[in-house]
Each structure stands twice: as C-alpha cells, then as structure tokens.
Design a protein around this ligand. Structure first.
Ligand SMILES: [Zn+2]
Length: 549
C-alpha cells in the first residue's frame, strides 16, 4: 500500500519538517483543510533502509511555518492530518505528565482530577517482609510501575531521575501544568511536576529499611489478572534489599534534594539524610547484593548483573549535591571499575557508551548528568562530556543510514525500543548543550516525529495523540475499566524483534524491525506502558521547548 507517514501530532513552525513515503513519487504537495495546495516540492529518494525494509522517499517542508492543519499528498496517497503550531506539543507534555497521576497507588487519586479514569484506593494493606518473621511495613503510595500493579525501587528511581534531571537542565518544566491537585509544602506551592514526583519520593522513602538498605520491590507474589487495582487484594510482599536499589535511592534522593531545597527545606533535608544513610549502607556492604526473584514469586525481576553503574550514580549525585571530595574520589574509582567491566562483559541490550546509559539497569549516564551539572574542571568530567559528544556523533551516523533520520539501528529494536530511542534523544539533548551548536536538534525532532507517527506502522505510540494513535496498551486498568479509550499520554514500548509474548506470535517474524509491533492489550512485549517510558519523553520535550522558539 502506498503510504505517507507524518508526525500525526504535528510540527513546530521553526522546526524541521519531514515526511516519509514508501513509494516512488518525484513531487509532493501540502494541502490545508480546504484542500488548497499551500506548498509543493520534490522528494529525495533515500532507497531501502534496514530498519523499515521499505524503499523510501523523503519530503521536507521546513519552509511551511504558518499555523494550521494540513495533509501531504503525493501520487494517489494522502497522509493523515497534522498541525503546525507553536503549541503543538503543549497538550502532549501535559498528558505525559498526567499519566503519573493516573498511575498513583494508594489513596491519592481525586475524582475531580482523575475524572472517569478514577480508581478507588488500592494496595492499602501493609506489606509482609518476604522470608522474614518481622512486623509488616506500611509502603503505601507511589506509582504503579507499568501494566501491572508492582512498585519497583530501581525503576521508580530512574523515572524520577529523568523528570528531575529534566527540571535541572531545562527549568521550563517547572511551568508545565499537569491538572493535578495542588500541593502547598511547608514553605511554598510546589510546581505540578514536583508535586507529582513527591508522590513517588514519599513512597521510596518508605522503601528504605532502618539500616539504610532499600527493598528491591513491593508486589504481590504474582501479577494480578486484568482487574482494577482496588480489586487486587492479594498479600503484598517486600522483596529483599539489593545494592542496586539502595544505590539508586541514594542517588535520586541527592538529586531531589538539590531541587526541593528551594521549596521545602525540611523535606529536602529529610531526602538528603536518607540518601546519606543509603550511601553509608553501600559503604558497609561493598560487595554487590544482586536480586533474583525467589521461588514462588513471578512479578517483575529488574535484575542486573552488577551494581557498579548504580554506585557510580550515587557517588556522582552526592558529589553534585554536597560538593564533598569523598564522593568525587568514589566516582573516579567506580568509573574505572565500570569501564573495566564494560570492556569485558557481554553487552545486554544497549549500544554505545555505557557512561551515557540511562535505563533502569545501566544508570551510569544519570551519574554523568550530575557531573555535567556540577561542571567542575577535572579529568572525570572531561571524559564524561567526551562520552556524550562521541555518542551523539555515533547517533548521527546511525541516523544517516535510514530515510527517517532516526538514530536507531536494527539492534535497538528490542523490548521497549521506544525507550532506547528516547534515551538517545536525552543524550543528544545534553550533547547539544555541551557544544551549544544546536546541531542535534534535527535528530531529536525526527525522533519525536517517529514516535508520533512517522514510522512504517503509521502509528502514534502515544495514546490520544494522533489520528492513528495506538489504543490497546497492556495496562490492567484500561482493560478492566470498561472505558473505550485509554487515558491519553501513555507511551508504548513499541516495536520489538524479540516478539516475546504469545500474542506477538501473530506478527510475521520476518518483518522489518520497525514493523515488529501489534496494538494488542495482550502484547506485553510490544505494547506495555511504564513510568520510565513516559519520563524520558518529558525530558526531551523540555529540551524542545527551550531550544525551538
Ligand atoms: Zn495500587
């Protein structure tokens, strides 16, 4: 079928504008709502690329900068409609942030704000400590992690980190309204994004044991059926402390301290004290305390092979927050350990430079961001900056190999491929600031265009945003609530050559990487949502708002 793929949400007047055709056409037209041609141009023939498997032609229409609703026509094909406007992504950012509100666990939802997506208080019982004969613990609150109702310390810390580093690098996020209940802290009103993040921070504080160690997760023994969260009454268990969870919490509390101290000094001090306590636990427990699901437990494992990147992040974040040399010394030591480890260990799911990784497992890139914020004149900071510049250069080369200007190679189309892309866009956002050239802006806008429909699935991977937005996320409440449309702003995991779930077997395994996708609620390996797939998109949009005026 002849198709023209566009960013279904739209383009900024002063941003790059690109559409991709999968058929031969020398010319294209842009038409307005009345059908009138407002621009015509010639396509460029890119050829067949590996990630889409299509022989693609590219239409660039950068010069169209008038607000309006348009379509692209070429040959006998017409694209879906899209907008050009200075506020084209404003509603998207608001909805991406609001998702964290809908995902709140406990009794923090308000029907006035959640509307028809309100759910009653959930998971209010105290949790048993798995395998230990000790009193139960109150760990209510926070955000459900994903399509399930689990709450996982490392995943939560990383999602919070994406949002808070976004605040640190691009202060404009503090003005991003999110239509959530207002929170007045001890001293002043919290901006919406900080009010929302505080919900997760308050939960993570409860996940810290008296000795400073942090429980890896709190979940039921197995995932619930497709029911509403308030109907999930199975016993909750806290699973053993891990050094990854403890290090990630030390890091993210130190980061949060640097922001919340301007709004609520008492709360910020509490976060810093908890960070230091976690760090003291790490010092007292220098060997990795890894995590694997014990027998009889089938919820998310979030296992990692080492904890070096986590300890590196903790040291960097505490150095940034306190300025103390001790943490810089630790960061240098962990940098060396991780570089040595990375040189010998088999790569697990990530490409590129480990010191730019910002996923739930490899978190060294988050530590790097703390060093970049601190911006001291030393060898470690220089190395980190070089890592980001090198990685940005690698990503530009990767993008030149396909017609979508997309910084993804075949190897990136793994489980949660949309996060692989979003992490790359974060790296490019940082690199852009380091050399001040804006030379990576077009790679970032192309990534946004891809996520919002400029892809060979002709699908926007954000619910409610785009004429062909996906509608069937693997997310228990949206299946169980009897409401047709999922709430807007949920980022799908996206195409994944692994096709790991039973329903994904409906996809032809010989499909091109970009087409290994199915919009089906059972497809947890292709179409789940998570807090840490929404959070990097918030970071990237914050960059866009600051950069493209
Ligand atoms: Zn819950």
């Amino acid at each position: 079928m002849n198709s023209i793929w566009v960013d279904q949400v739209g383009y900024l007047p002063n941003g790059k504008k690109r559409a991709v055709l999968n058929f031969a056409a020398d010319e294209f037209e842009v038409t307005d709502v009345s059908g009138k041609t407002v621009l015509s141009g010639h396509t460029d023939h890119f050829g067949t690329d590996e990630i889409s498997g299509e022989d693609v032609y590219v239409a660039v229409f950068d010069e169209l900068d008038t607000d309006g609703i348009y379509r692209i026509k070429a040959g006998d094909a017409t694209s879906v409609s899209f907008r050009i406007s200075g506020d084209v992504y404003k509603g998207l950012l608001k909805d991406l942030l609001k998702c964290f509100y809908y995902l709140r666990c406990g009794d923090a939802l308000d029907p006035e704000y959640a509307g028809k997506y309100y759910h009653a208080p959930c998971h209010m019982a105290s949790a048993k400590v798995f395998g230990e004969d000790v009193p139960e613990v109150d760990v209510t609150g926070g955000w459900h992690d994903a399509g399930d109702f689990g709450r996982y310390s490392t995943a939560g810390a990383v999602a919070v980190a994406h949002l808070l580093y976004g605040v640190r690098f691009f202060g404009g996020l503090l003005n991003a309204g999110s239509d959530i209940p207002k929170v007045v802290s001890a001293e002043k009103k919290l901006p919406d994004i900080l009010a929302e993040v505080k919900v997760e921070l308050d939960f993570l504080l409860k996940m810290q044991r008296g000795d400073g160690g942090v429980w890896h997760k709190v979940t039921t023994l197995y995932h619930a059926e497709f029911i509403m969260p308030e109907d999930d009454h199975d016993d909750l268990y806290l699973f053993p402390v891990s050094s990854m969870a403890t290090a990630d919490i030390a890091a993210v509390f130190a980061l949060a301290y640097t922001i919340y101290k301007d709004y609520d000094g008492v709360y910020a001090d509490k976060l810093l004290a908890a960070s230091l306590k976690a760090y003291a636990w790490l010092e007292a427990n220098p060997e990795p305390l890894l995590f694997h699901n014990p027998p009889g437990n089938g919820t998310g494992e979030y296992s990692e092979d080492e904890d070096i990147s986590n300890r590196f992040w903790a040291a960097c974040a505490l150095h940034e927050a306190t300025g103390e040399d001790k943490y810089m010394k630790d960061a240098c030591a962990k940098y060396k350990s991780l570089a040595d480890y990375d040189a010998h260990a088999p790569r697990k799911g990530y490409q590129g430079d480990v010191f730019t990784c910002m996923g739930w497992a490899e978190v060294a890139g988050l530590g790097s961001m703390s060093l970049i914020l601190r911006n001291e004149n030393n060898a470690l900071t220089d190395s980190i900056k070089q890592s980001f510049m090198n990685e940005a250069g690698r990503l530009r080369t990767v993008a030149s190999r396909n017609g979508f200007n997309l910084c993804m190679s075949k190897a990136d189309f793994i489980w949660g491929s949309n996060m692989e892309l979003l992490k790359y866009m974060m790296i490019l956002s940082i690199a852009d600031g380091l050399d001040g050239s804006d030379q990576y802006t077009d790679l970032i806008t192309s990534g946004i265009d891809y996520l919002l429909g400029m892809n060979s699935m002709d699908t926007s991977y954000v619910t409610g945003h785009g004429e062909h937005a996906y509608r069937n996320p693997h997310l228990r409440p949206t299946v169980a609530d009897g409401i047709d449309e999922p709430w807007p702003g949920l980022v799908s995991g996206g195409p994944n050559m692994g096709l790991q779930d039973a329903r994904a077997k409906d996809v032809d395994p010989d499909s091109a990487p970009m087409k290994c996708y199915l919009d089906h609620e059972e497809c947890y390996s292709l179409n789940e949502i998570t807090i840490y797939w929404n959070s990097p998109f918030v970071f990237v949009l914050a960059y866009i708002f600051q950069t493209i005026k």
